[in-house]
Design a protein around this ligand. Structure first.
Ligand SMILES: NC(=O)c1ccc[n+]([C@@H]2O[C@H](COP(=O)([O-])OP(=O)(O)OC[C@H]3O[C@@H](n4cnc5c(N)ncnc54)[C@H](O)[C@@H]3O)[C@@H](O)[C@H]2O)c1
Length: 458
């Protein structure tokens, strides 16, 4: 059967619109599964490939694994019932039937903060072995500019002359920009970038994505520019968070409430508000900053100075959170040793079940070093084990007779914490609010010892 890169213009349009096109999404995790569902929902026969056999079984048995992604549960049921989506652990079986191969694979970093592209490279080797000539490969994973051109293409091509980018297979990127917890919403409103190694690949990718999504597609001159845009938007956020975090440290000392500053500052049309916190986690922002730093180093720069400093500031925030706790215990005239401290929220961001690189881990480790007894309550991680500790399954029992709470993640459940109720439950009445969630005046009025990041007080 003729594969998409060898089709005429009319055949391409027909194969997309008639649903004859077969798409394979390799890596059906947080981003890949919603993507695969969207493709299947547009009428395209889609197969997900993943090394996680439990995940594959759950998809094939109709059990939607991403409970914290509103809207996709319904679409998932629909495409599974229609037989438009299935999953497998066998990449070779999937590739035989597909014209289009999407890569939504993890791009983490190692402990020395060096970006780790080993999964993409190992799948690149498998593509060399099993990709059918005439197919197109689209990388949605976040990679640093140049990775596709300098590393992935040669990995897929190999040395035996079997595959040649631009001739026997197409390759391009559509970097993923959605936010966990609101992926459906983002897929329906955020423009997507399209970069490719030649015009034909760019044209095919654009036709396919136009069929699946309704958002604007922004043509990029090449893959590396598209990847640079993706990193720039995320590192912009990491930088701005570092800026408000650093300001917060100063405001705390001179009696200024950072929330009063930000609420007023955001009335200026060209100010984009970012909020302080106990740190920046997740699979994107911290890693993306290090991807840029890595790119700078590989380009002959010592580092990317501003990003380097930004990372140091954001990575110091878990310890600063502990410093506030130590200060509060001092005010209470009590010792942290053997005290009980309850952590509220461990996800790296509100209202999702994800603890990847969450600052909660560092806060908890630093607390362990102070020999405090730690309780954890997070509505997304009830009655399980996280960071070596058993989590609580009930908010009230998690705070009852605890000396202190540290609010790390501003999940909806924590938006209306009632100061007088907290005072009645906490034996030492200490509240550390890393997300500016609690009204500090009400907290003090209720007799709590309150400390918040950036919440200077008189
Ligand atoms: N999660 C986000 O917020 C987000 C947002 C935008 C972009 N991204 C980027 O998207 C990419 C994917 O991230 P994610 O959050 O979906 O990751 P994820 O860990 O949730 O999903 C990745 C999936 O790939 C599978 N996998 C790993 N190795 C494999 C292999 N060799 N073959 C087949 N499957 C394999 C894993 O089992 C997992 O299911 C990353 O580059 C990330 O930076 C993520």
């Amino acid at each position: 059967m003729t594969k998409i890169m060898n089709m005429s213009e009319n055949e391409i349009v027909d194969s997309i619109q008639s649903g004859k096109l077969h798409v394979c999404v390799i890596g059906v995790g947080r981003i890949g599964l919603p993507t695969a569902i969207s493709f299947a929902n547009s009428g395209i026969t889609t197969i997900g490939v993943d090394i996680n056999s439990e995940l594959v079984n759950s998809i094939n048995s109709g059990d939607f694994p991403l409970k914290d992604e509103p809207g996709y549960d319904v679409l998932f049921d629909k495409v599974i019932k229609e037989g438009k989506l299935r999953a497998t652990t066998k990449i070779e079986e999937a590739l035989i039937h597909c014209d289009v191969v999407l890569l939504s694979l993890p791009t983490p970093m190692n402990e020395s903060h060096i970006p780790d592209y080993s999964t993409l490279k190992s799948v690149g080797n498998q593509l060399h072995d099993f990709l059918v000539p005439g197919s197109i490969v689209i990388v949605e994973s976040t990679v640093e500019p140049g990775f596709i051109e300098n590393e992935l293409i040669s990995t897929i091509e190999g040395n035996d002359g079997k595959l040649k980018a631009g001739k026997s297979f197409g390759i391009g990127v559509v970097p993923e920009t959605a936010n966990p917890g609101q992926i459906l919403n983002d897929f329906e409103r955020l423009p997507r970038l399209v970069g490719a190694t030649n015009d034909k690949s760019a044209d095919i990718i654009t036709k396919i994505y136009k069929h699946v999504f309704t958002v604007d597609l922004i043509p990029m001159p090449d893959c590396k520019t598209a990847n640079a845009v993706k990193l720039t938007t995320n590192v912009f956020r990491d930088l701005n968070i570092a800026f408000v975090n650093e300001l917060s440290l100063i405001f705390e000392r001179i009696g200024i409430d950072v929330m009063k500053v930000l609420e007023a500052a955001k009335t200026k049309y060209n100010f984009q508000v970012h909020y302080p916190g106990a740190g920046v986690g997740g699979p994107c922002l911290p890693i993306n900053s290090y991807q840029f730093i890595n790119l700078a180093k590989n380009t002959g720069f010592e580092t990317l100075k501003i990003v380097d400093i930004e990372r140091k500031i954001n990575e110091s925030m878990p310890q600063h959170t502990i410093d506030l706790l130590v200060e509060a215990f001092k005010e209470a005239g009590k010792s942290i040793t053997n005290s009980t401290v309850t952590i509220l929220g461990i996800s790296y961001k509100p209202d999702i079940k994800d603890i990847q690189l969450s600052p909660a881990e560092q806060v908890i480790n630093n607390l362990k070093n102070l020999n405090a007894k730690i309780r954890i309550y997070d509505p997304y991680f009830k009655n399980t084990e996280v960071f070596g500790l058993k989590t609580e399954d009930d908010y009230i029992s998690a705070i009852t007779d605890s000396d202190a709470i540290i609010l790390i993640t501003s999940h909806k459940e924590f938006h209306d914490l009632e100061p007088t109720f907290l005072r009645s439950k906490l034996s030492s009445g200490i509240v550390i609010d890393s997300r500016c969630t609690i009204d500090q005046h009400a907290a003090k009025k209720a007799g709590l010892i309150y400390r918040g990041i950036g919440r200077g007080h008189d």
